[in-house]
Design a protein. Structure first.
Length: 203
C-alpha cells in the first residue's frame, strides 16, 4: 500500500526506496512500492529524491541507467552513480515519479488528499478520522485523530486492510493497545469510581 502526493500542482507516486549499496559499481537494492517495477524503472526514467535537507542529493533527481533482478532482489543502476561510495550516499532515499492525470492508477495507491478526512473504522465502529499522512523512509503512516489524541497507524495491509474512498472510510485492524491506550487516557472518572476509591462520605 502506498500514499501519493500532489506537489506543486503535480501528482507524484512513491515507487521505491534505495535500501542498500550492491556490489562495487554503484548499484543499489530497491524496496519496491510499485506493482510494475519493470515498467517504472526503464532506462531514462527520472525520479525525484526524498532525502534529508542536509544531503548533497537534496532537491535533485536521478535517472535510471539499468534495472535488474539479481538473486531475487530488485537492483537499479543510476546515471552518475558509478561507485559503491556514491551509492552509499543514496541509501534510504525515497524515489518519487510524476504521474499524469490520465495514467491508470496503480492498485493500493492513493493521494494524500484522498485519505485525509476519511473516517477510521474498527469492528464497524468509527474510532477516529485521518488528519494527515506522513511519508517516512520505511513506510507511510496514517495520522488518526482519536478524541484529543493523534495515533500513528502504519499504512500497510496488515493494519489497514480496506480503503474505501467512495464510502468515506478506512478499516483498521491495529495491534493490541494502539487505540486502547488513548481510550484509557481519555476515560473520565465516574462518581461510582470516586466512591470505590474512598471519596468523602463513603463508609
Amino acid at each position: 500500500m502506498a500514499a501519493r502526493e500532489r506537489a506543486g500542482g503535480r501528482n507524484q507516486l512513491r515507487v521505491g526506496r534505495l535500501v542498500k549499496a550492491h556490489g562495487l559499481k554503484g548499484a543499489l537494492k530497491l524496496e519496491l512500492y510499485t506493482d510494475d517495477p519493470a515498467g517504472r524503472f526503464v532506462p531514462g526514467a527520472e525520479f525525484t529524491l526524498q532525502v534529508p535537507e542536509a544531503s548533497p542529493w537534496h532537491g535533485k533527481t536521478v535517472t535510471v541507467r539499468d534495472y535488474r533482478v539479481m538473486n531475487g532482489n530488485s537492483v537499479v543502476f543510476l546515471d552518475g552513480v558509478e561507485e559503491r561510495s556514491d551509492a552509499e550516499g543514496l541509501v534510504k532515499a525515497i524515489l518519487w515519479i510524476d504521474q499524469d492525470d490520465t495514467e491508470e492508477p496503480e492498485d493500493d495507491a492513493w493521494y494524500d488528499h484522498q485519505l485525509v478526512g476519511l473516517d477510521v473504522l474498527r469492528d464497524d465502529a468509527v474510532i477516529g478520522r485521518v488528519v494527515r499522512v506522513e511519508h517516512l523512509p520505511a513506510q507511510d503512516l496514517l495520522i488518526v485523530r482519536a478524541g484529543e489524541a493523534e495515533v500513528m497507524v502504519p499504512f500497510v495491509a496488515a493494519f489497514v486492510p480496506t480503503v474505501d474512498v467512495a464510502g468515506g472510510h478506512v478499516v483498521v485492524t491495529p495491534p493490541p493497545g494502539l487505540f486502547e491506550e488513548v481510550a484509557e487516557d481519555d476515560e473520565p472518572v465516574t462518581p461510582a469510581e470516586d466512591t470505590e476509591q474512598g471519596a468523602p462520605g463513603a463508609d
